[in-house]
Design a protein around this ligand. Structure first.
Ligand code: CO8
Length: 254
């Protein structure tokens, strides 16, 4: 059971591979994800992070139910806080992140996917927040991030019913960005990663910061931050290169 991190041409791939449990996350898996994310954050050479599940059937089938089954209330809260902090490090990554979802994204699996910036799903993917069927609620950010992403009506439909939703239904709700044929998932995710990797790292980082902070503040505060970060772009060589390249009718070297 392991989480592997590989880096190739500015693109990091994190694979969660625990075949005996459909890649469900216990403490060891969560901590390995945290280590991988910390490594990515420290490496300025990395421009995109892709999260995926090992095997063909599952992205991540949630938190490990056997691991949680005998928890006390205090242990439950501690476990939720650990998951939340790991997933927050993903959403706070300097570089953009993509979840490549080829199968089950259940409970903590959907929560991991929505901690990423973008989600590409195979037509065989399926999504659920099935926690209420287990007598619990989402605890790794689902009640908060999902609601912000797909709105309270859709989030309540997922969280209060616990039902599974197909990739197409997820697309209609805005839970995923794209649905692609199963055998084209890797190809499409790689193409998207390459496209993101060719953008301005500084521009992408600041745009992410403006969006993430804006989600947690008023419109006016968000606009003020946007103006400040917009100004900051002009202190970066990437702005000069991007605009000069446009004016010189050539591709920028970002
Ligand atoms: N935890 C532990 N083991 C799991 C999990 C899981 N989440 N998912 C699958 N497994 C294991 C099964 O127990 C089984 O093990 P074994 O072979 O030893 O019996 C093996 O994987 C294969 O599973 P199935 O036999 O069930 O295979 P199926 O093809 O019939 O079904 C499913 C696959 C649909 C993935 C099914 O296993 C399933 O529904 N799994 C549970 C999914 C789920 O409910 N996930 C949500 C968990 S709760 C959660 O994520 C909350 C996060 C926040 C927690 C905060 C708490 C404070």
């Amino acid at each position: 059971m392991s989480v592997t991190l590989s880096i190739d041409h500015h693109i990091a791939r994190i694979v969660i591979d625990r075949p005996e449990a459909f890649n469900a996350m216990n403490e060891s898996i969560l901590l390995q994800i945290k280590d991988a994310v910390d490594t990515i954050q420290k490496n300025e050479d990395i421009r995109v992070a892709i999260f995926m599940g090992g095997g063909t059937k599952s992205f991540v089938a949630g938190a490990d139910i056997s691991y949680m089954s005998s928890m006390t209330p205090l242990e439950g809260e501690k476990w939720a806080k650990l998951g939340q902090s790991v997933f927050s490090t993903i959403s706070e990554l300097r570089c953009p992140s993509i979840a490549a979802i080829q199968g089950y994204a259940l409970g903590g699996g959907t929560e991991l996917a929505i901690a990423c910036d973008l989600r590409i799903a195979s037509e065989k993917a399926c999504f659920a927040q099935p926690e209420v069927k287990l007598g619990i609620i989402p605890g790794f950010g689902g009640t908060q991030r999902l609601t912000r992403l797909i709105g309270p009506g859709n989030a309540k439909q997922m969280i209060l019913t616990g039902n599974q939703f197909s990739a197409q239904q997820a697309l209609a709700m805005g839970l995923v960005n794209e649905v692609v044929p199963h055998d084209q998932l890797t190809e499409r995710v790689d193409a998207l990663a390459l496209s993101l990797a060719s953008g301005s790292p500084n521009g992408i980082r600041l745009a992410k910061e403006a969006i993430e902070h804006g989600l947690q503040s008023s419109l006016n505060e968000g606009l003020q931050l946007e103006a400040a970060l917009f100004g900051l772009c002009f202190a970066s060589p990437e702005q000069r290169e991007g605009m000069t390249a446009f004016l010189e009718k050539r591709k920028p070297k970002l």
